[in-house]
Write a protein that binds this ligand. Structure first.
Ligand SMILES: [Zn+2]
Length: 329
């Protein structure tokens, strides 16, 4: 069913394989499509990069070659091997006259029909093609149906490969690896324990983003959305990554050092604070104090999100200098 229905629907446009290679526009295709097939084609347009080369312009299903505001497909012409606009041209880049055209392709078509198609080709496109042909002897070829590195019609291209290709296309090579700690039990606790803590939704949301590596630091925004890479808002280090902003930045390390000293005033065996404690969970503490310490860590992380970069160092400074006056109990 998944094969036969599309095969029959897209037959009048040269088949799905061919249509996907064309620079089509959904609203200009001269057939009625179900919402499902419209969506499929929409998604294809999102993931497939149609590299425009003037001489490689396909005459069929082309969004800029229209008759009565619809793109064109002529089965008998297609079967005779007429694919590109250049097929309607001589070696000098000029459009063939009707007689030369029917002789070249041994095709039976009326002069009117041929002239109508020639008129539909935008003059700008013809000039672009002529310029290309004048300066280089390039042959037009159909594009390969590739998503990323994978040819989608290849038998080896299974669902897993396709999902990887789609993800890297949509999310711009972003991956969600948890590089900091390989300890699964800490990851599990980081993902589940914070839900029951008496924290505001905003704090929980921030903890969720940090622990899932989706907090919008500059590096994340650059990788996923191609934003310009900006420096750390606090120390102007060239790479503002999650690890840097929340842990290795000089302002953050000073804060965590102060926090450790503050907690150690009343609580024994506070471990040396590491990146995994900051991003995920402080493990191995006595059950009586474990939740309290982890709540302190979550609250401290929210300071980064709530305070403007320019005043944060001041806030951290006053927070750090006042820590000695506060008792954790
Ligand atoms: Zn920094």
């Amino acid at each position: 069913m998944w094969f036969h229905i599309p095969k029959s629907i897209f037959k009048s446009l040269g088949g799905l394989d061919f249509l996907l290679k064309c620079d089509f526009e959904l609203t200009k295709i001269p057939i009625l499509l179900s919402n499902f097939h419209k969506q499929v084609l929409h998604f294809w347009k999102m993931v497939f990069t149609h590299n425009f080369t003037p001489h490689g312009s396909i005459v069929w299903n082309n969004r800029s070659i229209l008759i009565n505001r619809k793109s064109i497909f002529k089965t008998d012409w297609y079967e005779k091997g007429i694919l590109f606009v250049t097929d309607l041209m001589g070696s000098d880049g000029l459009l063939l006259n009707h007689r030369d055209f029917i002789i070249k392709f041994n095709l039976n078509c009326s002069c009117n029909e041929y002239l109508k198609l020639c008129k539909a080709i935008p003059v700008g496109l013809i000039h672009l093609i002529q310029n290309t042909l004048r300066y280089s002897k390039v042959a037009a070829s159909l594009p390969k149906l590739k998503v990323g590195e994978y040819i989608v019609t290849d038998r080896k291209c299974n669902n897993a490969l396709l999902v990887t290709a789609f993800k890297s296309k949509f999310f711009n090579d972003y991956n969600n690896y948890f590089l900091v700690t390989p300890n699964l039990s800490i990851i599990e606790k980081a993902f589940s324990m914070f839900v029951k803590w008496p924290l505001s939704p905003k704090v929980k949301e921030t903890h969720f983003k940090i622990s899932h590596n989706i907090y919008p630091v500059a590096k994340f925004l650059h990788k996923r959305f191609k934003f310009d890479l900006t420096c750390c808002a606090f120390c102007e280090c060239p790479e503002e990554s999650l690890n840097h902003l929340f842990f290795s930045c000089p302002f953050s390390s000073k804060l965590w050092g102060d926090i450790k000293r503050w907690l150690s005033l009343k609580i024994d065996n506070i471990p040396e604070i590491n990146i995994s404690h900051v991003l995920y969970y402080v493990d191995g503490l006595d059950s009586k104090i474990s939740d309290m310490v982890n709540i302190v860590f979550c609250l401290l992380n929210i300071i980064y999100t709530a305070v403007n970069g320019e005043v944060l160092p001041l806030v951290l400074f006053s927070f750090s200098t006042n820590l000695n006056c506060i008792s954790p109990h």
